[in-house]
Design a protein around this ligand. Structure first.
Ligand code: PGA
Length: 252
């Protein structure tokens, strides 16, 4: 089954309102109206409305980096999935390694957030990946199995789920996984998805690679059979770097 490649830019806690809008417009122009690839950007929460306006009518989807799992209530500083939907968000990250490791979000929290995202009618991009210690201890697959386990409750939402494999040791380090390591982990993730949600779901679910993707390594990573896209952090912050990553997927 063919899967449409997805190139996503995670802007993290960077940029101003003005530079977010300018970058979003640059991405929208670069993306054009292709049928062969999807593109989404994940600005900071406070810039979502401005970026929503900048990408309106374009082939760029608006994503959010995080949300709270509750529908609403006394959660000072938090944002619900319905609020994100209200400002035009289509897809939300859950389980990003920075949320897991800096903000101590465990698998049950990731599961609760993922459920809230899907139940609000939004797409879920579930992030998984092992730390260097876990890889060196030979536990990579065990970690991926555990983190992907949250998918077991989401059989009804398969078409709205993508997975980003992001080895923690590769994120923001400049040391990307080799294409072989990425393919190996992706093939494993696909097999796990098949075990949880069935063969059709596994064949159609986009699996993105993330972790120091740049304009030099994107093409080789994206050429791997089970690598269906890229979740890009640092190199997504300007169009000079992000444009060539989009071009790693032919625009037809
Ligand atoms: P990076 O970040 O491309 O800067 O390594 C990727 C991510 O955290 O999604």
């Amino acid at each position: 089954m063919s899967r449409t490649p997805v190139i996503a830019g995670n802007w993290k806690m960077n940029l101003t309102s003005e530079s977010s809008v300018a970058l979003a417009q640059g991405v929208a122009n670069y993306q054009g109206q292709p049928t062969s690839r999807k593109c989404c950007v994940f600005p900071a929460l406070v810039h979502l409305s401005a970026v929503a306006e900048a990408v309106a009518g374009s082939a760029v989807s608006l994503g959010a980096q995080d949300c709270h799992e509750a529908d609403g209530g006394a959660f000072t500083g938090e944002i619900s999935a319905a609020m994100l939907k209200d400002v035009g968000v289509e897809v939300v990250l859950s389980g990003h390694s920075e949320r897991r490791h800096i903000f101590c979000e465990d698998d049950s929290r990731v599961a609760a957030k993922s459920a809230a995202i899907l139940e609000a009618g939004l797409d879920l991009m579930l992030c998984v990946g092992e730390t260097l210690g876990e890889r060196e201890a030979g536990n990579t697959f065990q970690v991926l199995d555990r983190q992907l386990g949250v998918l077991s409750d989401f059989g009804a939402f398969v078409e709205r789920i993508s997975v980003a494999y992001e080895p923690v040791w590769a994120i923001g380090t400049g040391q990307s996984a080799t294409p072989e390591i990425a393919q190996n982990a992706h093939a494993h993730c696909r097999a796990v998805v098949e075990g949880i949600l069935g063969g059709e779901a596994a064949a159609s679910m986009p699996l993105l690679y993330g972790g120091s993707v740049n304009s030099s390594n994107a093409e080789e990573l994206l050429a791997q059979e089970d690598v269906d896209g890229a979740l890009v952090g640092g190199a997504s912050l300007d169009i000079e770097n992000f444009g060539p990553i989009l071009d790693a997927v032919p625009n037809v």
